[in-house]
Ligand binder design. Structure first.
Ligand code: ZN
Length: 154
């Protein structure tokens, strides 16, 4: 390989999701896992590094999901929904599925999660507002088991 190509090239390890310069890995193998690496341009190495960062679960995002879960399950509501919908899954699975559904609902605008500006002792300030009841009910029905006590076609 010509010298100038080496200067502008990096080696990318698919396993470790990071790049190394040729001086870090003279034999072309990853210094961390020893795996084979493939050449990549400097810009691609930087972009891949950014993407790998972006794909790793952010602690803020997972905390946000946790907040959503805490809000809709507040006051034993989680168990109540579970009892009425009688879904064909464990409670913890239902909690996860419902949380995903409600996050989607917030994205699409049929529910809204309200959080006070600063942390408050009064839990009632943390609210789920249903903005479109029909879409909310339809979403709940999608989780319902065969023995659910909700009305069909309501
Ligand atoms: Zn590696």
């Amino acid at each position: 390989m010509p010298a100038n190509a080496q200067n502008s090239s990096y080696l990318w390890c698919d396993t470790c999701r990071r790049s190394f310069s040729y001086s870090d890995a003279p034999d072309g193998n990853c210094p961390l896992c020893g795996g084979e690496m493939r050449p990549t341009s400097k810009v691609n190495a930087i972009l891949r590094g950014l993407m790998a960062n972006e794909l790793s679960p952010s602690p803020i995002v997972s905390k946000h999901r946790q907040m959503v879960k805490l809000i809709w399950t507040r006051n034993g509501m989680g168990e109540q929904y579970y009892r009425v919908l009688a879904p064909d899954m464990s409670y913890s699975k239902f909690e996860g599925a419902m949380t995903r559904l409600l996050c989607q609902g917030a994205e699409e605008g049929w529910v809204q999660f309200v959080i006070p500006d600063a942390p408050k002792d009064d839990e009632s300030l943390y609210q789920m507002k249903v903005l479109d009841e029909n879409r909310f009910l339809a979403a709940l029905q999608s989780l319902a088991g065969p023995d659910a006590s909700i009305e069909e076609g309501a």
